[in-house]
Design a protein around this ligand. Structure first.
Ligand code: RNT
Ligand code: ZN
Length: 414
């Protein structure tokens, strides 16, 4: 089917494909730099995830430094439609002869100025994260909630430094920058004290957020459990939702892989929208105990996008992707996951929402189910192909040839 035939098929359902294409292209998504190097970063090449973060696989060609990671990222985004931001972690500080290595509590804007130049050259926005894992100052797997005051001090200083960097990035870009605090703190086995760590985390956050940073959107990322911290996570969903509700300009970032396996963040977005200006997300795919598989064009990703679209919240739901898989080509993983999010967003923009809502409010649940199901087989693929064509990326599987070529010429030589 051609695009004009697909356009007519959607029009018969009262859906304007032109409006959908325009909205999809205008919505920025934040692409995580850490997919390209298995969350290792530049500040400790021996490092790597750890502390409640598991990256498995040994596919060749990991980006080992600033130049390689930039090249891989650029290769990926040439194959991803839509507007993009790059999501940085503090461990991706760029150290040079002029700006040699410093520990994380001493990081400054100058260590990220090269990323700002990169973003500007390539028309990208930037988001930021303190890196509170894979570091000798993690003690017993704890950081901001540690009973050791020196440990807390180090990580509070790191989070303050990160926030200042995010502020300066925002000033340099003339933009708002999300600064997302995720900490792995928790316990493997039944705690004797659940309140103490949360009290210490609360006090630490108050210190971290004390300074005015008008260009920063402060986020705290909640989590339920991880391998190694099965029994207790200090920064739980209740803790951070309540923290955000009681602190101006702090938002609970919901990661799709951070809840009970039968819980879904698509159901939480509307509740959060009623109380918060921004609803930051990490879109990812949880599989049993892993929270970070490559995003798929699956029901939950579509449902997340439907909630963003039908609640008219494209400007308020801040979308970041968060997955890492070292068992497949890392550039391809970026492309597959990001294209799948874009597909889900476009799909959501092509639903007969007005009619479905009217049916629900009229109590016509049979009609609602009928229409939800019929809308699934409208000619989506043709509108997707048109979206790719208009945004200058390949529509079908042809992009994979480009990645395989890049693998042969660049990645396998590393
Ligand atoms: C971990 C969190 C967190 C990290 C990144 C690297 O479970 O999802 O967002 O994935 O900070
Ligand atoms: Zn996350």
């Amino acid at each position: 089917m051609s695009y004009s035939e697909a356009k007519a098929a959607y029009a018969a359902y009262g859906i304007d494909t032109e409006a959908a294409l325009a909205k999809c292209a205008a919505k920025p998504i934040s692409l995580h730099c850490w997919q390209g190097d298995d969350v290792v970063g530049f500040d400790n090449p021996e490092g790597g995830a750890g502390n409640g973060l598991a990256v498995t696989g040994n596919y060749p060609g990991r980006g080992r430094n600033f130049e390689e990671l930039k090249a891989d990222f650029l290769q990926a985004i040439r194959l991803i439609p839509g507007k993009k931001r790059i999501n940085l972690h503090a461990c991706y500080a760029v150290f040079t002869e002029e700006n040699p290595w410093v520990d994380r509590d001493k990081l400054e804007y100058k260590h990220f100025a090269p990323w700002v130049a990169f973003a500007k050259e390539n028309g990208l926005g930037i988001d930021f994260n303190p890196t509170v894992f894979s570091h000798p100052m993690m003690k017993d797997g704890l950081s901001l909630s540690s009973p050791d005051a020196a440990v807390r001090r180090f990580w509070i200083d790191h989070c303050i430094a990160s926030r200042r960097i995010a502020q300066k990035i925002g000033e340099a870009m003339g933009d708002k920058v999300e600064n997302n605090v995720w900490i792995p703190d928790g316990y493997k086995d039944t705690p004797a004290d659940r309140l103490g760590p949360r009290q210490r985390l609360k006090d630490a956050l108050d210190e971290i957020f004390a300074e005015e940073c008008p260009n920063v959107i402060d986020c705290v990322e909640s989590k339920f459990f991880a391998v190694g911290v099965e029994s207790y996570t200090t920064g739980s969903n209740e803790f951070y939702t309540a923290y955000a509700a009681s602190h101006k300009n702090v938002y609970n970032l919901m990661d799709a892989g951070h809840y009970h396996p039968s819980e879904s963040i698509s159901d939480k977005i509307s509740a959060m929208l009623l109380y918060f200006e921004y609803v930051p997300l990490h879109v990812t795919r949880g599989v049993n105990w892993d929270s970070d598989h490559v995003v798929s064009f699956d029901d939950e990703t579509k449902e997340i996008c439907k909630e963003i679209v039908r609640n008219n919240a494209l400007d308020r739901v801040l979308v970041g992707l968060d997955f890492f898989d070292a068992s497949i080509n890392r550039v391809a993983a970026w492309v597959i996951g990001a294209r799948n999010f874009e597909k889900a967003l476009l799909f959501a923009l092509l639903q007969p929402d007005a009619e479905l809502i009217a049916m629900q409010n009229a109590g016509d649940f049979t009609g609602r189910l009928m229409l939800q199901e019929e809308a699934k087989t409208l000619p989506f693929a043709d509108v997707w192909a048109e979206y790719c064509a208009r945004t200058g990326v390949p529509a079908g599987k042809g992009w994979y040839q480009t990645v395989k070529q890049y693998e042969k010429e660049v990645l396998l030589g590393r």
